[in-house]
Design a protein around this ligand. Structure first.
Ligand SMILES: *[C@@H]1O[C@H](CO)[C@@H](O)[C@H](O)[C@H]1NC(C)=O
Ligand SMILES: *[C@@H]1O[C@H](CO)[C@@H](O)[C@H](O)[C@H]1NC(C)=O
Ligand SMILES: *[C@@H]1O[C@H](CO)[C@@H](O)[C@H](O)[C@H]1NC(C)=O
Ligand SMILES: *[C@@H]1O[C@H](CO)[C@@H](O)[C@H](O)[C@H]1NC(C)=O
Ligand SMILES: *[C@@H]1O[C@H](CO)[C@@H](O)[C@H](O)[C@H]1NC(C)=O
Length: 407
């Protein structure tokens, strides 16, 4: 069918295959969001008035008619605000003394306020640790025996300015518990590595997530901390404001294609609103090695986001400043690893990546490998068909000419 497209009569079959390939490649190009194909992306640290651990990290992606802002902070638990506006001139305004006060409402804004088209946030309140060795305790979705959780609002975070790389558009929030009586973090840290992009592409590192200039990537790295038990499992709690009293929707999508992500046929997404205006996208894998390999990948399970009481969550100054004190939250858990297989304790290392963005999430259609197979699979019959057709024509022509002298 595809090989016999009416628009391409007389085109030899191999060229038709190329045409098909081109069409499919065009389909692959990630669509621009908010109508803007290109953005000027910059990343800056907005220094706090006194304490360097109170800096904000601001990513600004400016298009022809819109701007996307990502504002990362560790005032309270690590959090990111993401805001889309319909003007290339929107700016971040911060009133520091108010932001650091107990009532930060309104002290952080994207101006002009009426240009804001979409806004949401993610907070990372707690890191749980479980002992998964006792199989009678690992059941009903419980990862095992819990250890006291790490409250990320009580971490002390290094100055993000020291890790800022404006050329690479990256920076890292690295922290450890401010009180660590048992010394589990004396050689360890928890890091939120933030990466923005000036264009579309795919990460060099597995799981090779897609990105665009509209997105920013988060890599969570727990490294060097002494686990509290044997075969510890870690669980990251994530919270987000409930927009219009609704939780973002969790969508787990299956793929047939695994060229970039062999053995992981699933893409997990959190979608704000429908059609999506914001998203978080990840592969359900984590890694327990600095040089990750697919063989040593850990499964990453996600619980569906559900409403949670704001009182159960630590306050994030930036989120409260932007959304006010009376918003509701949704929360979900990401569980890294299971009771068997590779674990954090192998190398005291755990990493997990996700891409956060505005608009429709970038989507893999088909990898070149599968495209190649499709071209061969669809192209070969087309070749045979056209070849066969030609043969028949020739044959008919010959018969005709054979009969001609008789007529
Ligand atoms: C920007 O807005 C103008 C006026 O509304 C419109 O003509 C133009 O096509 C838009 N550009 C993009 C890239 O969306
Ligand atoms: C496993 O957990 C069960 C239930 O909590 C407990 O009775 C049992 O002693 C535990 N086994 C070991 C080896 O710790
Ligand atoms: C931290 O690292 C030092 C040097 O490598 C080592 O001597 C010490 O035992 C480590 N501490 C912990 C708690 O692992
Ligand atoms: C870890 O395993 C070792 C050997 O199996 C055991 O001696 C030790 O008590 C275990 N530690 C914990 C915290 O369960
Ligand atoms: C996340 O896991 C922790 C520990 O099991 C639990 O206390 C908390 O309620 C969970 N949160 C959600 C939203 O499932």
């Amino acid at each position: 069918m595809l090989g016999e497209r009416p628009g391409a009569p007389g085109v030899p079959a191999p060229c038709r295959s190329l045409l098909l390939l081109q069409c499919l490649l065009l389909l692959r190009a990630p669509a621009g969001l908010l109508g803007d194909q290109t953005r000027r992306v910059s990343l800056e640290v907005i220094p706090g008035p006194t304490d360097p651990s109170q800096n904000l990290l601001h990513i600004r992606a400016v298009g022809a008619n819109s701007t996307i802002h990502y504002i990362w902070s560790s005032l309270g638990p690590p959090a990111v605000l993401f805001v889309a506006t319909d003007t290339p001139h929107s700016v971040l305004s911060v009133h520091w003394s108010c932001l650091l006060s107990p009532e930060p409402e309104g002290s952080l804004a994207i101006l002009p306020a009426e240009s804001v088209r979409f806004s949401s946030a993610l907070l990372f309140p707690r890191l749980f640790e479980f002992d998964s060795t006792n199989s009678s305790e690992v059941k009903d979705g419980s990862p095992g025996k819990p250890y006291p959780p790490y409250l990320l609002a009580d971490f002390s975070w290094d100055d993000v300015n020291n890790t800022l790389d404006p050329a690479m558009l990256s920076a890292t929030f690295r922290g450890h518990p401010s009180k660590d009586p048992s010394g589990t973090f004396s050689n360890g840290s928890l890091a939120f590595k933030v990466h923005a992009f000036s264009g579309s592409g795919r990460s060099d590192h597995i799981p090779r997530l897609l990105h665009t200039a509209d997105t920013s990537q988060l890599e969570l790295v727990l490294s060097g901390a002494v686990p509290q038990g044997n075969h510890s499992l870690f669980v990251l709690e994530v919270a987000t404001p409930a927009l219009d009293s609704e939780c973002p929707q969790l969508k787990e999508q299956e793929f047939i294609d695994d060229e970039y992500c062999p053995s992981v046929f699933q893409l997990d997404q959190l979608l704000w609103r429908s059609p999506p205006e914001g998203f978080l996208q990840w592969r359900p894998v984590a890694f327990s090695q600095k040089q990750p390999t697919w063989k040593k990948a850990l499964p990453c399970r996600v619980s569906p986001p559900g409403p949670t009481l704001a009182t159960l969550l630590p306050q994030s100054a930036t989120v409260r400043a932007f959304f006010g004190p009376s918003i509701n939250f949704c929360a979900f858990n990401l569980t890294f690893g299971d009771s068997t297989g590779p674990a954090y304790e192998d190398q005291y290392y755990l990493s997990w990546s996700a891409v956060l963005g505005i608009g429709i999430p970038p989507m893999d259609s088909f990898s070149p490998l599968v495209l190649g197979i499709m071209v061969v699979v669809l192209g070969l019959p087309a070749l045979l068909l056209v070849g066969g057709g030609l043969g028949l024509l020739l044959l008919r022509h010959r018969r005709y000419s054979e009969y001609e002298p008789i007529n």
